[in-house]
Design a protein around this ligand. Structure first.
Ligand SMILES: Nc1ncnc2c1ncn2[C@@H]1O[C@H](COP(=O)(O)OP(=O)(O)OP(=O)(O)O)[C@@H](O)[C@H]1O
Length: 325
């Protein structure tokens, strides 16, 4: 059995909007999932659903408001991230432009993590930088270039090279290709898959793109307004989507093959408005848009239920309001 790299239990990250009025954005609200070694877990949801907040909370950039983050067997929630964690866990951001220091060249950018984590002897630094650039498909000519002098795709490759420098076991990829041209996106995705294969890396891959997720992930997590609606392994997820929100998202994605078309739920129109994250409705937070809502959905927040092994859904239709067979 594979080792569990990350286990998130009942994680909450709230942002204060108005302390006196007790107003919060519940950006992440009671979220639980795990990532095993070698898994690519896709975290999917519309803008504002809490995906990046989960990522930043795991990395220790945001404080948790509750719950556990167990990394390598230890609860690190609200603890200062250790040197060991920073070596083993890395993040690649959506916008490589702002995450790379424009006053440094690529050699300096990659030298820092190699020196901090004492990955190689100083005499081997340059060789290691060339080798790392090569792993992401960049030539050694890039060493003396500034991030301002290279294209968006190349900047993202440098960001990935920087993340690889400490020999991590887990990488969060926060929409790593969403700002890039389609041709470059494919190149970067293929390179990430090759690295994953070679080193048994574990990825938390944040994206909006359900077509991409189908081809790359081992497990899918669907978020809506700070909560998880559904978790399943990828084959089960696409073959047997349960949550009305998942069905709505899947019914809208373009497909290329007849086989995929047959598996896709018939088109479900998105109705209603996404509620304000400060004023989430009573009951299930998806009730304002759900085409299958029943009265209980406006009264009670559903619990997460394991419908079949490893397939979890948070919807009354699979729990208290399950139709009799
Ligand atoms: N630092 C912050 N302070 C206050 N509210 C925040 C902060 N960061 C995020 N939020 C709010 O938390 C909610 C979740 O935001 P988050 O960025 O995690 O969503 P997301 O799913 O990653 O969206 P996107 O796909 O657009 O990146 C949103 O309502 C957002 O406005």
């Amino acid at each position: 059995m594979s080792k569990t790299v990350l286990q998130v239990n009942h994680l909450k990250t709230y942002f204060t909007v108005d302390k006196r009025k007790n107003l919060f954005v519940r950006a992440v609200d009671d979220v639980s999932f795990s990532i095993d070694q070698g898994e690519i877990v896709a975290l999917v949801g519309e803008s504002g659903s809490g995906k990046s907040t989960i990522a930043y909370t795991i990395m220790g950039m945001y404080e948790t408001s509750g719950g556990e983050i167990i990394f390598d067997g230890e609860d690190i929630a609200n603890k200062k991230r250790t040197f060991d964690f920073k070596k083993k866990a890395q993040i690649v951001f959506q916008d490589p432009g702002s995450s790379l220091n424009s006053h440094q060249d690529v050699k300096e950018i990659l030298s820092l993590p190699l020196k901090v984590h004492k990955v190689v002897k100083p005499s081997q630094l340059e060789t290691k930088i060339i080798e790392t650039l090569d792993r992401v498909g960049l030539s050694e000519d890039f060493m003396y270039k500034s991030p301002t002098a290279i294209g968006g795709g190349e900047k993202q490759l440098v960001s990935i090279a920087r993340a690889l420098c400490s020999n991590p076991e887990f990488i969060i990829l926060d929409e790593p290709t969403s700002n890039l041209d389609v041709s470059i996106q494919a190149k970067i995705i293929n390179m990430l898959l090759k690295l994953h294969e070679e080193q048994s890396l574990s990825y938390l891959f944040i994206t909006h793109d359900l077509s991409l997720v189908r081809n790359i992930s081992t497990k899918v997590i669907i978020m809506y307004l700070g909560k998880i609606c559904e978790i399943a392994n990828t084959e089960e997820f696409y073959g047997n989507p349960h949550h009305p929100y998942t069905q709505m998202l899947l019914s809208a994605i373009p497909v290329v093959s007849e086989e995929e078309e047959q598996l896709k739920p018939s088109r479900i129109r998105s109705t209603g408005e996404i509620p304000s994250p400060v004023n989430i409705p009573k009951g299930c937070s998806f009730n304002t848009r759900c085409h299958r809502a029943v009265p209980l959905c406006f009264e009670e927040d559903p619990e997460m239920i394991e419908v079949t092994k490893g397939h979890f859904v948070r919807c009354h239709l699979y729990g208290k309001c399950k139709p009799e067979l």
